[in-house]
Design a protein. Structure first.
Lengths: 318, 473
């Protein structure tokens, strides 16, 4: 660090606005510039290759989902790229067909499972946001005995693995008649989404300027009014992050649904999972099925990247 | 952290980052101009709200009810249940834990979980760091990041199906094997006639390692006839008819052909009409164990060796007859765990990259510039400045990944075929199978749940401590 600070005099001399442009201050030999240039291109090329590798599995799924079962049987999904024609390779669109998707979406089991997924995902997201916000507000702004201790407990629960709850909750739901019901799955997801929700929203609500709340209080607003009119609207960004997180988490869940969902009308992840056992003969079902299950999360992800990332930052340890 | 500049270390305003760095040597004025951000209101440790406790509790009630019934109670019940046998009626103390640590299948799960916990956080963090640093100065870095980050949005089930497809054994189906076989065949020549062999009791016979060698010696005076059988007629249908080699002065000649005529008209060891030539076969002349000449058969099955081969035995190396290479068994018992780990890294490297990239944006630019001006090369700057500043972020990434990986279930359950599922076993999968699979034993399942909880306990403690430190300030 001391060596770094010693560099101070040099930059300050160029602080003179009439001085030479900063780009000219660094003199480099031709050789080192050449190295830097090739290094630049090597880096770019490397990044392109990595990006292609990362894309390939998904492209493979998409391509497979669009090929007829007969084509899938005889050749790989990459045969849609016509390597024999001259560069740039053209995509042999003739191989593509929508018949897999047609068959899939006319299957009532599949459409029903998509509906079940929505039926689980939307209520779970809403309940987590509402219940989490209520508790977050209480922890941030209300006074009650043991507040800090309770909050520490919630933070401790952040990292509890869902697996710990599977057996006990299965038993509990059995007694309550919630086992293998959509309501049971919603309740389970809500409970396990709560520690993160309370943690995120409490921290966000605590940053609301005190004057705003005091002003509203002076205007005669009660707790409920403060919560619905001041805190919730101001908490928008955090609530959006939380909602997107919970939505993706519940939509993508398989384990909880595998145990707690109604097996006669399971969500899409469980329905597809049952097909995986015969992998190889049913790529024409699995590939479009997987793609259909990915569409909504991908749309949500691309539309709300910013909120997704900020939610991830806020609660990296989950 | 001592800062090198006398001016307050304010961050560049978002969006103006590149502009600020370009004139950084003269940037002191602009840094001083941007006022330090207003101090945030301190955490509301004392409430302004003179509310009654019952109001607060009614706000908290739904959350507390759900958390205590579905998170806290299960923890206690799991500990209790883990001390009972499968039926749940008789107390067996630590019996389930003893079984967990002696059962071979569960020990495999422990071993695999250990591999996961070591490999995934380190590889993901390393990749994330590399990607974040490399994309920093590339204009389309955002697009790159989006591609790497995208798998975070999809379910483990979808990722599992995607990678089942990638790892398919058949090189005509799975892209991993297609690439691997392609690379393999570029470096190792594929054999011309898999399965071809001499007739039993012929002059040409097995000589170890899959090679075939003549018992007699070849001579320049007469052509050598090396008859083979065992090639399905349809494979040889496109081959040219075999020809008897013409003796050439100073050379040893001969023919390698498929000694089988349709209809059984041909005589053994004689090149009959309609019999097919075996082109592209390597022939070696061996004298006293040394190769003195090599040749390859032409379209008509003939070959000619230099005169040195006179008196040598003729050998057809095994490489002529090897079965076609079929790639790697990615999901077989030896490679199944590394393969699944590969798919997890595909999903989560983006997570590490995004967090690290955000951390990188917080590295004071003037510090980097100063070091460069001082003559430090990029590697030194990276090692001595970037990494130390990033250390807390790297810690968060590693710990988060460790916790996630400890609970890994879906990917293993989906990707591992039933034949190698026990080799790919992990604790969460074992818990599921023990608790809800055939012949379930919820005592064992509960014991594994308690062990999982104990493994994340240190992180829980660290989280709570960090929070208490922050609130006390």
């Amino acid at each position: 660090m001391t060596a770094v600070s010693a560099a101070q005099p040099e930059p300050t001399t160029t602080a003179d606005p009439s001085g030479p442009p900063p780009s000219g201050t660094k003199k480099t030999s031709v050789a080192s510039r050449l190295v830097a240039l090739t290094g630049h291109w090597a880096v770019r090329l490397g990044l392109v290759v990595i990006a292609l590798i990362w894309l390939m599995p998904t492209v493979g799924l998409l391509s497979s989902s669009l090929r007829s079962p007969e084509d899938i049987g005889v050749s790989g999904w990459w045969s849609v790229f016509d390597f024999n024609s001259s560069f740039p390779w053209v995509i042999d669109a003739g191989q593509f067909t929508g018949e897999n998707y047609n068959a899939l979406l006319s299957n009532e089991l599949v459409t029903g499972s998509l509906f079940t997924t929505l039926l689980i995902t939307i209520p779970s997201t809403l309940t987590v946001v509402i219940i989490g916000a209520l508790a977050g507000y209480a922890f941030a702004w209300l006074d009650f005995p043991g507040r800090d201790w309770f909050f520490l407990l919630v933070v401790g629960l952040l990292v509890v693995p869902v697996q710990v709850a599977l057996i006990p909750v299965a038993k509990l739901f059995n007694t309550l008649g919630l086992f293998e019901t959509t309501a049971g799955v919603v309740i389970f997801h809500t409970a396990f989404g709560l520690p993160f929700a309370v943690f995120l929203l409490r921290n966000f609500f605590a940053e609301i300027p005190r004057e705003l709340l005091e002003a509203a209080r002076l205007d005669g607003a009660g707790e409920v009014r403060l919560f619905t009119r001041v805190v919730m609207p101001l908490g928008g960004p955090a609530i959006a992050s939380l909602g997107i997180f919970q939505f993706l988490w519940v939509w993508n869940d398989m384990l909880v649904a595998l145990i707690f969902a109604d097996s006669s009308s399971p969500p899409i992840t469980v329905a597809l999972q049952q097909q995986v056992r015969q992998f190889g003969n049913n790529i024409d079902v699995l590939a479009p099925g997987a793609f259909v299950s990915m569409i909504i999360p991908l749309i949500v992800f691309f539309a709300f990247q910013r909120q997704f990332v900020s939610g991830m930052m806020a609660g990296a340890v989950k | 952290m001592p800062t090198p500049t006398p001016t307050p270390p304010t961050e560049d305003p978002p969006g103006a980052g590149t502009a600020a760095t370009k004139d950084s040597p003269g940037g002191t004025a602009s840094v001083a101009a941007s006022a330090p951000s207003a101090p945030r209101a301190t955490k509301a440790s004392v409430s302004v709200m003179r509310s009654r406790p019952w109001i607060a509790f009614s706000f908290l009630l739904p959350a507390m009810l759900l958390l205590s019934a579905l998170v806290v109670y299960p923890i206690l019940y799991s500990v209790f249940r883990s001390t009972f046998d499968a039926s749940g009626s008789s107390f067996i103390g630590l019996g389930n834990y003893v079984e967990v640590f002696t059962d071979d299948e569960i020990l495999t799960a422990f071993k695999n979980n250990l591999i996961w916990v070591i490999v995934v956080p380190s590889v993901c963090t390393a990749l994330g760091l590399i990607f974040a640093v490399l994309t920093e100065r590339v204009r389309w870095g955002t697009a790159f990041k989006l591609i790497i980050f995208m798998p975070m949005a999809i379910s483990m089930l979808a990722a599992g199906i995607i990678f089942r497809l990638v790892y398919e054994q058949d090189p005509q189906q799975g892209v991993a094997n297609a690439v691997w076989v392609g690379v393999h065949d570029t470096f190792a020549e594929s054999s011309a006639w898999p399965g071809a062999r001499p007739r039993p009791n012929a002059d040409l016979a097995k000589s170890g390692g899959g090679d075939f060698t003549t018992k007699s010696t070849a001579s320049a005076s007469g052509p050598a006839n090396l008859a083979l059988v065992g090639v399905p007629p349809k494979d040889a249908a496109g081959a040219a008819p075999a020809k008897t080699a013409q003796p050439k002065p100073g050379q040893v000649t001969g023919t390698v052909w498929l000694d089988f005529a349709p209809g059984g008209a041909g005589k053994p060891d004689v090149v009959d009409k309609k019999e097919k030539a075996l082109a592209g076969i390597k022939v070696e002349a061996v004298k006293d164990g040394k190769v003195v000449g090599t040749a390859e058969t032409g379209k008509d099955g003939t070959f000619s060796l230099p005169s040195k081969a006179d008196g040598a035995k003729l050998r057809l190396p095994a490489s002529n007859f090897a079965e076609p290479y079929n790639g790697i068994d990615w999901l077989g018992s030896t490679l199944v765990t590394p393969s699944i780990i590969g798919s997890y890294i595909w999903m989560w490297a983006g997570f590490a990259m995004v967090l690290i990239a955000a951390g990188l944006a917080g590295v004071p630019r003037e510090l980097l510039e100063a070091a460069r001006v001082d003559g430090a090369n990029e590697w030194q700057v990276f090692r001595k400045i970037t990494v130390p500043v990033l250390a807390p972020v790297l810690g968060v990434v590693v710990v988060t990944l460790m916790i996630n990986v400890l609970k890994i279930f879906d990917l293993v359950y989906i990707i591992a075929p039933s034949a190698s599922q026990s080799e790919a076993n992990v604790l969460a999968l074992q818990l599921y199978l023990s608790s809800f699979g055939a012949g379930s034993n919820q005592g064992i399942g509960s014991a594994i749940a308690v062990i999982l909880l104990l493994l994340v306990l240190p992180v829980m403690v660290v989280n709570i401590r960090r929070l208490r430190r922050e609130t006390r300030r």
